[in-house]
Design a protein around this ligand. Structure first.
Ligand SMILES: *Cc1c(COP(=O)(O)O)cnc(C)c1O
Length: 368
């Protein structure tokens, strides 16, 4: 018998479904001025300082990048107050998620994730043929007790997104502290990966900066990205903060030049662009209010969010609604692959984009 081309876990792998691109939508629907509120991108665009640095870096494209990421790590080190040896730079934080799985999990190990959270954890685990256990959510938010209960001897990685994607919900410092204590008692070898892709957008005070818990919890890994508030999603740049020995292991399994020179140059400059971050955060905070109120006013159920998107419960299969919105030139994100077949995830845009989205939604639902 002919040998199968791929292992069973690749055969059954469902690929990640990205947000629908603007150009594709315009082509397929014969539209112009389509707006995309589907991938949690920064509606204000990239940091200008980042763009200028990227343009300047083009003159050196014939050189390989600095594989050690010296400048970017130095900058991050100063900004975050952590030693450069404890920083790992990746091609988006997605690459680091994948490298953590590849590096720290053996065939007998398990990862622990929250059902309904960021789907890339599952995709990456599946792609590596690794086992995972899913804990249920509670009221569409992380249930840290349910996760802690499932920590066992084989648990190697625990992924926690805070704020969560796609729900936008978050958990506070006391919940996290309790969880870290429980996790340490249940299995001190399990690494707790705090995925803080939306960290810079958070405005509430009851939110934990996981970097503060590093000393007490040496099993902690913090992931952040330049894709969201810094507006550099197209360049692929993210970083992880973790004990130096972990960084060393990731350095063994990564490709030698996993991050491009242009991305690193843009990242260094973007970290200095405080004005862009502040403007992005306040635009988002205002947008969150407008969008939440606007959608609630037309009868939709919207979860509280500390990210740059909202989770909207539509009470019907969301595919049709998504389609109807596309025809009006507004790309949203149906999330059946996250286990929410009746919900849409909608990114916060500019004021004009938000208004257009709410108006289109009102038309589609016949409430205008
Ligand atoms: C957007 C996002 C990321 C970032 O991905 P990049 O690879 O850095 O673009 C990571 N985790 C979550 C939960 C996200 O929503």
């Amino acid at each position: 018998m002919k040998r199968p081309l791929v292992p069973p876990y690749v055969e059954t792998l469902k690929p990640y479904v990205p947000g629908k691109p603007i150009e594709e939508t315009e082509r397929e629907y014969g539209l112009r001025n389509v707006i995309k509120l589907a991938s949690n991108e920064n509606p204000l665009g990239p940091s200008k300082l980042g763009m200028e640095a990227a343009a300047k870096a083009l003159a050196d494209l014939h050189y390989y990048p600095d594989g050690a990421g010296f400048q970017l790590k130095r900058k991050l080190s100063t900004k975050l107050g952590v030693p450069p040896e404890e920083i790992f730079v990746g091609s988006g934080s997605n690459e680091i998620i994948e490298l953590l799985i590849r590096t720290f999990m053996g065939p007998e190990d398990e990862a622990l994730i929250s059902a309904g959270s960021f789907v890339m954890y599952k995709v990456a685990l599946h792609a590596h043929g690794r086992k995972f256990v899913e804990a249920p959510m509670k009221n569409r938010a992380y249930d840290l007790d349910a996760i802690a209960e499932r920590i066992g001897e084989r648990t190697r990685l625990i992924f926690l997104a805070n704020p969560d994607n796609p729900t936008g919900t978050w958990f506070g410092p006391s919940k996290l502290e309790q969880f870290l204590e429980r996790a340490r008692k249940a299995n001190p070898d399990a690494l707790v990966v705090m995925d803080e892709a939306y960290f810079e957008y958070v405005t509430v005070s009851d939110y934990p900066d996981s970097l503060k818990y590093r000393e007490a919890h040496p099993n902690l890994v913090t992931l952040r990205t330049f894709s969201k508030i810094y507006g550099l999603a197209g360049l692929r740049l993210g970083y992880g903060v973790m004990p130096a020995p972990l960084v060393e292991y990731l350095n063994r399994t990564r490709m030698p030049f996993n991050v491009s020179s242009v991305a690193m140059a843009a990242g260094v400059a973007a970290l200095d662009d405080a004005a862009h971050v502040i403007r992005s955060r306040s635009t988002n905070a205002e947008g969150l209010l407008e969008v939440t109120e606007g959608l609630k006013a037309i009868g939709l159920d919207v979860l509280p969010s500390q990210a740059n998107f909202v989770f909207v419960e539509t009470g019907r299969p969301s595919g049709e609604l998504f389609e109807a919105m596309l025809r009006r030139g507004v790309i949203t994100r149906p999330i059946p692959n996250y286990g929410f077949p009746t919900a849409l995830r909608i990114s916060i845009g500019t004021r004009e984009e938000n208004a257009r989205m709410i108006e289109a939604m009102g038309e589609v639902l016949g409430k205008r």
